[in-house]
Design a protein around this ligand. Sequence first.
Ligand SMILES: *Cc1c(COP(=O)(O)O)cnc(C)c1O
Length: 413
Amino acid sequence: MKPVFHGSFTAQEPIPADAIARAVEVMQSGRLHRYNTVPGETAETALLELEFRDYIGARYCLAVASGGYAMVTALRAVGLRHDEPVLTNAFTLSPVPGAIAGAGGWPVFVETTEDLVIDLEDLARKAADTKARILLLSHMRGHIVDMDALIAVCRAHGVSVIEDCAHTMGAAWNGTKSGRHGLAACYSTQTYKHMNSGEGGFLVSDDAELMARATILSGSYMLYGRHPAGPPAETYRDIRLDTPNCSGRMDNLRAAILRPQLAVLDRNCARWNERYEAVADELRNVPGIRLPHRPAKEQFVASSIQFLVPDFDARAVQDFLARCLDRNVEIKWFGAPEPFAFTSRYESWRYAGEQRLPKTDRVLDQLCDMRLPLTFSLEDCRLIGSIIRESALETRAAIASGTLRGPPVKEVS
Ligand SMILES: *Cc1c(COP(=O)(O)O)cnc(C)c1O
């Protein structure tokens, strides 16, 4: 009998006990709204903003209702105009083009390299062609492009960068934290990201006016003075009257859950990377499996793992996925013809209009993806890695002998 994996790919760790205790205190106080404070009190949400600002090293920080909301708000706060083109990765998650559309813009997708980062040649070409002023750069699945090269391309074309750091909270490029390379950066604290408050997000920037607009947009009313991690009061003089309230605040309950998690974020990032190495070790030098190259300057946080299967056509990929699933290893494949669960291809965002990205298509057709929850032990990870390796080798043998199987019998979530 071949060994089978028995864990769950969606089980998260519990919320830490000190976070639960603090959340209970907040609930007992009844003051869940961030502006419902007693004299002299600093709200839990404002304290979290100060701590996250210091962790990232940004000048200002605003906590909001979700990562997607942080992106829409950043785009509005930089003055995106109706129907204006916004460059973004073709390989990303649907809330990214959704944020662009939600802010009234038009997503222009940029090609993806085999190392799963934005293609800088295509970026330069599309920046020139569209005259876009903004790039919403998604560090999808934690893969960080050469940020020095990217910023050089963007400078040359007058493009401002907003970073989507949903998968790079705690990561860095060449010693500089992810989210410190552009004009502003957005983070998510949704359950499947690096901190878990169910839903939630942050926007950070050094730009005082941008952050004043973002704070008013988030629904601060005239209480923006209660944002100690926000810009100085005089920044709001006109902005407070010229900016609409598009309610999307974070509340004190979520902030209470997040503060103790921020204290252990770096430790958890190291735990993700140990898990990544345990799986990746099994996949290195396996014929037909290609792990993306990760340069030394990329200080990544691998809360998931991706690999390409360049020798497999769609039928062979399905045979491979079925063999993994037989042993309870759920691999997501980006080449599936119909979008399902969280992942989707850019073609399924039809509101963006028809766009052709042949290079991204080739990459997605070969791309396999798997989460690495911290509930997996290192032993689990080694077992998963060996199941993937053995399944890939079996599929190769099946191709050679003409005995490929059909698609997997149950669909992966
Ligand atoms: C999850 C995610 C977001 C949005 O975060 P939410 O908090 O769920 O709105 C943005 N970008 C990427 C790449 C994501 O995976």
